[in-house]
Design a protein around this ligand. Sequence first.
Ligand code: NAP
Length: 311
Amino acid sequence: MSDPIQLGLVGLGTIARNQHLPSLAEVPALRLAAIASRHAGHDTLPSYHDIDEMLAKSPDLQAISLCTPPQGRFAQAVAAITAGKHVMLEKPPGASVSEVEGLARLARAKGVTLFATWHSREAAAVEEARALLTSAAIRRVTITWKEDVRHWHPGQEWIWEPGGLGVFDPGINALSILTRILPEPVHPVAAHLEVPQNKQAPIAAKLDMQTASGAPVEAEFDWRQTGPQTWDIRVESDGPEVLLREGGAKLFVGGAERIAAEDREYRRLYVRFAELIAAGESDVDLAPLQLVADAFLLGAQSRVEAFHDDP
Ligand code: NAP
């Protein structure tokens, strides 16, 4: 077996600690070798203030995983790609569609791998749902993605700022599954965004889309849901109903449970990153980010009650 790929991780925040570090420990093809984070360090690994210091002082790194917020990630990715490193991007891959297209061009020119990840596509039931729908005639899709922002994003400011996406930060996970499982493309036809008076990004949104053949696809995103959380995608077609629940971890076909499996999303992402590097390929699918960008382009906006972390 070849030596593991030496990887540097940037942005030691919530998702890096909860998912990236434990998942990396389970993927022998990659070895976490350094961390860059302004306010945090690792107990045993070399830790740097930012990516520029990490690239300068750990020149043997071969790959970089960016776990920072989308705003500001472009400059970090450019620095890494320019230094000849393979790059993995957290979702959403950037703050705009065109900046990620620029990264893909740069990665091609430098001959390195760029992997724009969509962790929800790695949920246990997503590929089975895709297989079931391959030749289905879609009649209606309903997405209900409702969660409690105070529970999942306590104190995070970037999610409310321009480029932070607001409720589309989780909502884009649903759109990443949608664009994976449907046998035809979708496009938005109308959107309505509810933006708190004291914020720059929506706390709730409705997005009406259509498949290429005209079937309605209705999505409702809401960050104000306390109690049980809902991450469901229901697909009605000429076959049995396909229902993904819990963000793609569970699959019901015609009402009967078919898959319920534990979360391996980030482990699968890192295995795929190593495979892409070995094959000399990139994977940059911007369809989910394009749908969100279109929602902002088309979206009517209402100002709603100010949001505060402490209600
Ligand atoms: P987070 O808790 O705020 O952590 C991000 C880290 O990036 C911070 O700890 C910070 O570390 C660093 N950073 C660099 N520039 C920053 C800036 N301008 N503002 C804030 N932090 C900055 O965020 P997160 O929840 O881990 O999310 C990071 C990315 O992962 C996002 O794209 C998000 O959509 C994605 N993601 C999050 C979750 C989740 O449940 N939280 C799930 C899946 C994906 P230093 O201050 O030490 O530099």
